[in-house]
Design a protein around this ligand. Structure first.
Ligand code: ATP
Ligand code: MG
Length: 427
């Protein structure tokens, strides 16, 4: 019978890969924690309506990327394509937003039916950050300072550049939209088909087009910054001044708009040149209107999401994964014969107690001395503990250093924990 395989674009993350994931996750959590951000966990499924109303009907996500299905009650549900909508829904539902400020983060899988390729999958993972109730540019700046610190923590600071823009208020965008449509109308038939369609539905998204002919036409198009309202302009100037003062480099990209409808004022992307076309590793912006749009009281908000797979690809491509990020054991405890098994468990527990954070693998499954030592070697352990009949009789264990020119030691079973702890103390 044919074997059933995973769904295209949905990846298994295998044991060889999980240490890098855990490393990245720990670094991100550490940075978020150090800024006082709090974790929130939402379901991966929401009512379809939530995404339609927040992301917007005429966006790539809602038009063609959502995994939507009817559940057994006939309700239309959708696997979350992003986390912001669910985070706002949850925060509002539980009264986290009224009269207070919040700095929240979450992580987990997101689902989009896209064409799978390097850095683009149908199930992928994001870390998302959402801040509520702070309307000034200071919190926008904090988010960028925080991400910049994260790149440093990962050794990526030279490989990620920041692009920022202001897309103004809804009114400013409406005025600009008209000017853009008037301009592009003259070149209608030269635009790519997607952009022709967008001319009617979501003209700002044309700025995002990767088509070279469309890009050429856009060179002379009116620029969004000419249409900015005073408040947005001032917000943006203050933000850039704060970034200058904090020493966070950026470039202003007047073409930068985001693919989702809910953004206004600040938008930004962190981009790398080391991943080809899938170069955006973190993207976000301000979305002051969304909470109200979803039925809550007006609450200002700003956030971002970063793509975990892309960050991992980047760390691997640039060989920035620290060498100790692996599945290797520190100690491998062997046991020859039935009586030795109990002694091996005792020794293993003593070693684990004496050396928190180290990996102690106890051999299970029997086998010859030779085959157990082979496994010890393959485990990457520095030390093998050898327990045979003689050791059991003497209440001792053998300590063999697998990676050093060094004589085997005989240590009493009672002392093996403290003995190894002192051997590992400076490594
Ligand atoms: P792109 O322009 O690459 O399609 P996007 O604008 O659709 O990105 P966002 O919705 O802003 O992406 O999501 C934030 C981040 O999540 C992206 O910058 C990227 O790092 C990551 N991401 C988005 N879609 C995918 C995907 N299908 N596979 C892997 N990572 C993704
Ligand atoms: Mg996309």
């Amino acid at each position: 019978m044919a074997k059933i395989q995973a769904i295209r674009g949905m990846n298994d993350i295998l044991p060889e890969q999980t240490p890098v994931w855990q490393y990245l996750e720990a670094r991100v959590r550490g940075v978020l924690q150090s800024y006082g951000y709090q974790e929130i966990r939402m379901p991966v499924v929401e009512h379809t309506e939530l995404f339609r109303r927040s992301i917007g009907e005429v966006t790539d996500i809602v038009e063609k990327e959502m995994y939507t299905f009817d559940d057994r009650n006939g309700d239309s549900l959708t696997l979350r394509p992003e986390g912001t909508a669910g985070c706002v829904r949850a925060a509002e539902e539980h009264g986290l937003l009224f009269n207070q400020t919040r700095r929240l983060w979450y992580t987990g899988p997101m689902f989009r039916h896209e064409r799978p390729q390097k850095g683009r999958y149908r199930q992928f993972h994001q870390f998302g950050v959402e801040c509520f109730g702070m309307d000034g540019p200071d919190i926008d700046a904090e988010l960028l300072i925080l991400t910049s610190r994260l790149w440093q923590a990962l050794g990526l600071e030279a490989h990620a550049r920041l692009e920022i823009n202001s897309i103004g208020t809804a009114e400013a965008r409406a005025e600009y939209r008209q000017a853009l449509v008037d301009y592009l109308g003259d070149y209608r038939s030269d635009l790519d088909p997607d952009s022709q369609r967008r001319l009617l539905t979501n003209p700002l998204r044309i700025l995002d087009s990767k088509n070279t002919e469309t890009q050429r036409i856009l060179e002379k198009a009116p620029s969004l910054d000419e249409y900015l309202d005073d408040e947005s302009r001032e917000h943006f100037e203050q933000l850039t001044a704060m970034l200058d003062a904090a020493g966070v480099p950026y470039t202003v990209n007047n073409r930068l708009v985001r693919g989702l409808d809910y953004y206004g004022k600040t938008v930004f992307e962190w981009v790398t040149d080391s991943l080809g076309a899938q170069g955006t590793i973190c993207a976000g912006g301000r979305y002051d209107g969304l909470v109200e749009q979803l039925g809550g009281r007006p609450t200002t908000a700003v956030g971002f999401a970063m793509g975990v797979e892309r960050l991992i690809l980047l760390l691997e491509t640039l060989e920035l994964v620290p060498p100790d990020v692996n599945n290797e054991a520190d100690v491998y405890v062997t046991a020859m014969g039935e009586a030795a098994v109990s002694a091996a468990f005792r020794a293993s527990e003593a070693i684990r107690s004496a050396m928190p954070g180290r990996t102690v693998v106890t051999h299970c499954g029997g086998g010859s001395f030779k085959s157990q030592m082979k496994k010890a070697d393959r485990s990457g352990a520095r030390v093998a503990i050898i327990i045979g009949e003689n050791e059991v009789r003497d209440g001792a264990v053998g300590v063999k250093y697998l990676r050093e020119e060094r004589d085997q030691e005989q240590v009493s079973l009672d002392k093996v924990g403290s003995h190894l702890a002192s051997q590992f103390a400076n490594t």
